[in-house]
Design a protein around this ligand. Structure first.
Ligand code: HEC
Ligand code: HEC
Length: 337
């Protein structure tokens, strides 16, 4: 014991000498006691910074997207649909905002946070522009017949289809397509995100979050819109809506094909300005398509002849899933596929 203490004291004395030497040799001016601690910016201003950035440059976005490819694919189609959301065809603004929310920590994802953290506001918009120009994929909706409950006898996706198209006015559930468009393409202006073809587990989780109503976002205006929409949905309805949206893609049906054939031979459609933010208007090359589809909606109401023309629709290669989006009652902007 004695020895140990003696060594200890000797050791402390030795340390004192080293410290004294080190101090004596140092030329650094010691910090004042109450100096503010300087830390790397954590990104609290990430969302606000977006407003300062210019329109996204898709070419730079494509380069940056290499970091994202392992999960979202270079073209925005999830590499594993069951694990990652697809982001192809999503609007520039929505992608940039979600990235900023991940960076600031307002939207929590331990997976996404480290990928969002190094991005500047301009990077986020560039990435958004790149993915906005990609074509979204689509999955297959669940058509199992429901055995019991309020929707007994319906195919599972039909529950979602009915709500998506018409809502449930009696319970105050609005039609989803009023904002997300009949094809689920969303509307980049307000901004209403693209929801078609998304992995159903992901849409379901988002809808549950909206229904629960808890968010870390400091500006909850957009979140609140969806909270209002989702709060009366049952679990079954959330799953069915998500399944319907997973299979949703703009394959034209017979009436739409006939209308498209008439437009191809008829006068050129008048270009209409894209709805909402003009900053988004140049992304994608299908603004003419918007007009064409809206016109089909009207033409299809008349007695359109079945000419059987090749649809050459924007996504006809994805044509395996059933719930066809049609143009009836089109209120959204279906151009952003
Ligand atoms: C290791 C896999 C992985 C990588 C790499 C990755 N992500 Fe993600 N990403 C995810 C997961 C998982 C989610 C879902 C997060 C959640 O809400 O739980 C997600 C969500 C997103 C969302 C939100 C989608 C929506 O509809 O709300 C965007 C946008 C996004 N990622 C963009 C990117 C970009 C851009 C990059 C590259 C800079 C990237 N991600 C890299 C896994 C990844
Ligand atoms: C009044 C307009 C409006 C209506 C109606 C509406 N939505 Fe939304 N939806 C939004 C907005 C705005 C957002 C973005 C919210 C945010 O920023 O988190 C959104 C987001 C979503 C998302 C998340 C997408 C993603 O990738 O993160 C899903 C899924 C969704 N809505 C599904 C639906 C369904 C299903 C319905 C019908 C039951 C519906 N929405 C009705 C405006 C609407």
């Amino acid at each position: 014991m004695r020895h140990a203490r003696a060594y200890g004291i000797a050791g402390l004395t030795a340390l004192g000498v080293v410290a004294a030497v080190a101090f004596a040799q140092s030329t650094t001016v010691p910090l004042p006691e109450e100096a503010p601690i300087e830390a790397a910016p954590l990104g609290e201003t990430a969302v606000a910074d977006l407003a300062e950035a210019d329109w996204g440059d898709p070419q730079n976005g494509a380069t940056l997207a290499a970091t994202c490819a392992a999960c979202h694919g270079l073209d925005g189609k999830a590499t594993v649909r069951e694990v990652y959301p697809g982001i192809a065809g999503q609007s520039e603004r929505y992608i940039a905002r979600q990235l900023a929310l991940f960076k600031s920590g307002e939207r929590v994802s331990p997976i996404m946070q480290p990928f969002a953290a190094p991005l500047s506001a301009q990077d986020m918009r560039d990435l958004g522009a790149h993915y906005a120009m990609q074509q979204a994929g689509a999955g297959v909706a669940d058509d199992t017949v429901v055995a019991a409950g309020p929707y007994e006898g319906m195919k599972f996706f039909e529950i979602g289809q009915q709500l998506f198209r018409s809502g449930d006015p009696g319970r105050g559930v609005p039609a989803c397509m009023a904002c997300h468009g009949p094809t689920g393409a969303g509307n980049p202006g307000p901004p209403y995100p693209h929801v078609a073809g998304q992995s159903s587990w992901y849409s379901a989780r988002r809808l549950q979050e909206y229904r629960d109503g808890t968010t870390g976002e400091s500006d909850t205006r957009l979140f609140d819109i969806m909270h209002e929409v989702a709060q009366r949905l049952t679990d079954e309805e959330i799953q069915a809506l998500s399944s319907y949206m997973e299979g949703l893609h703009p394959r034209p049906d017979a009436a739409m094909r006939a209308a498209m054939a008439r437009i191809e031979t008829g006068p050129a459609p008048i270009a209409a300005p894209a709805a909402g933010d003009p900053g988004e208007a140049d992304i994608g090359t299908q603004d003419g398509g918007t007009v064409a589809i809206e016109q089909q909606g009207q033409a299809a109401d008349g007695d359109a002849p079945e000419t059987g023309s090749d649809p050459a629709g924007p996504r006809s290669e994805d044509a395996q899933a059933e719930p066809d989006a049609d143009a009836e009652g089109a209120t959204g902007d279906p151009s952003r596929q």
